[in-house]
Write a protein that binds this ligand. Structure first.
Ligand SMILES: Nc1ncnc2c1ncn2[C@@H]1O[C@H](COP(=O)(O)OP(=O)(O)O)[C@@H](O)[C@H]1O
Ligand SMILES: [Mg+2]
Length: 429
């Protein structure tokens, strides 16, 4: 099998690493890849959002299977374009990707199918209507920009003044670009968050192990929001009774809703859940694996990922093939100094090779680039130090021990991944 992986972050490095272990895989390309992926695959300089560039690449290299990591190519319709040409691809259709690409579309879908979610106050495309709606709401109020905003589109407004300021920034000053042209106002939910991701071929689905990520930059959920500073997986995150409730009240109705609306879905579907006192509710959908969650999930995979993903693309997923290592896994993200604000790239990374032989630890690379013989930083999130073990405690210990051996100027990471941290009360600043 020859496989093309699209993307260039820690998630894609984890996928490539796992795919490469399959005896049936003879070649992997990654577009655009990164400095670490380059050791496991042939990186090709085509950006993940460049659909025509990716079509040209696939035409030339003729992969047997394409696996899409990030949301942008999916929202741009890569899956439809590849499917029209009968090219096997794992990734939902453009229509299905609207579950992530439009918060209003996804909220209306949830409401149509009676799936538990935060109550919608309204959806607005004119700022004056959104301001008017603020007169009759409870505080705090959640404001969501409709489109893709790279994690900056959700604001938990404590009061009307703060709400108005945010609305002005996104709707009038266009600070988030076109994604902020429409907004959704919804009630604030309380509880712990959980990422529940399933793999589906459109007919059948298989849940992956549950994960939780840590979005804030600093320990104790302080500081600004990031793409994710770490994640962990353990079966204890999702007791059997809760799992049953999630499946019967959320997962099943979502798939029957997709079927009823004839929305084809092949790939990973991410349910961002809030575990409230009234039961689990959907905060959002993502049309792909989360990152860093993917790194913690891949670390627990005990099956041939290439075979299973080929099954998904062919529409014949066998859920029983997805076997998992018992225990837990943890991923600690090592970030550039200043991230998620301004940061400098090009810092030399040392210490990774000393970890190579440690059992149970993998260093997945995200913002890295090769420069001659050295590896240097090229992004905000640089590495995902990932470990799996029989218990969460040991997985965390292994990951942190390995993280201490790595160094680059300005490197910072959270020391409380997997710990009992307070509820993440707000996204954005
Ligand atoms: N209704 C809500 N109540 C409370 N917190 C929310 C709500 N919606 C979103 N959040 C918080 O904001 C974060 C980001 O929102 P989300 O819908 O996941 O958008 P995105 O990941 O696209 O930024 C969530 O992880 C959660 O912490
Ligand atoms: Mg989210």
């Amino acid at each position: 099998m020859k496989i093309l992986v699209i993307g260039g972050g820690g998630r894609e490095h984890a996928l490539v690493w796992k795919l490469k272990q399959s005896a049936r895989v003879e070649k992997i390309w990654c577009a655009p890849g990164n400095g670490g992926i380059a050791e496991d695959a042939e990186c090709v300089a085509v950006e993940a959002g460049d659909i025509s560039g990716l079509v040209a690449l696939a035409e030339k290299s003729a992969p047997d299977l394409t696996v899409v990591g990030p949301e942008l190519p999916l929202v741009n319709g890569i899956s439809d374009v590849f499917s029209q040409r009968n090219w096997a691809i794992v990734g939902p259709s453009r229509k299905a990707a609207q579950l992530e690409g439009s918060k209003i579309f996804s909220k209306e879908f949830l409401l149509r199918h009676n799936i538990p979610t935060a109550k919608m106050v309204g959806a607005y495309d004119a700022s004056r209507d959104a301001y008017a709606a603020l007169n009759s709401v409870d505080w705090p109020l959640v404001i969501k920009a409709d489109g893709l905003c790279a994690g900056k589109g959700v604001f938990l407004a404590p009061d009307a003044d703060a709400a108005r300021q945010f609305l002005e920034r996104v709707m009038e000053k266009n600070e988030l670009g076109p994604g902020g042209q429409r907004v959704l106002l919804e009630e604030t939910l309380e509880g712990e968050e959980l990422s529940f991701i399933v793999l589906t071929d459109g007919e059948r689905y298989a849940p992956l192990v549950p994960t939780r990520d840590h979005k804030r930059a600093f320990d104790g959920n302080k500081g600004p929001n990031t793409g994710g500073m770490g994640a962990y997986s353990s079966d204890e995150l999702l007791p059997v009774a809760l799992r049953d409730t999630v499946i019967s009240t959320i997962i099943e109705p979502t798939f029957s809703g997709l079927a009823k609306e004839a929305i084809p879905y092949k790939g990973f579907l991410y349910f961002g859940l809030m575990l409230t006192r009234q039961g689990p509710k959907v905060l959002e959908f993502n049309c792909r694996l989360g990152d860093p969650e993917a790194q913690a999930i891949v670390a627990r995979m005990d099956f041939d990922l290439a075979e299973v993903l080929a099954d998904v693309a062919a529409g014949k997923l066998e859920p029983a093939k997805l076997l998992w290592k018992r225990g837990a896994s943890a991923c600690v993200v090592l970030a550039s100094g200043g991230y998620p604000g301004k940061f400098v790239v090009g810092k030399r990374i040392v210490g990774i090779t000393s970890i190579r032989d440690n059992t149970g630890v993998q260093v997945f690379q995200a913002g890295t680039r090769r420069e001659g013989d050295s590896l240097v930083t090229s992004g905000g999130r640089v590495l995902g130090v990932t470990a799996s073990a029989n218990s969460l405690e040991i997985a965390l210990k292994l990951a942190y021990q390995a993280a201490e051996k790595i160094h680059f100027d300005g490197m910072h990471y959270r020391k409380d991944i997997g710990g009992h941290v307070g509820r993440v009360t707000a996204a954005g600043e």
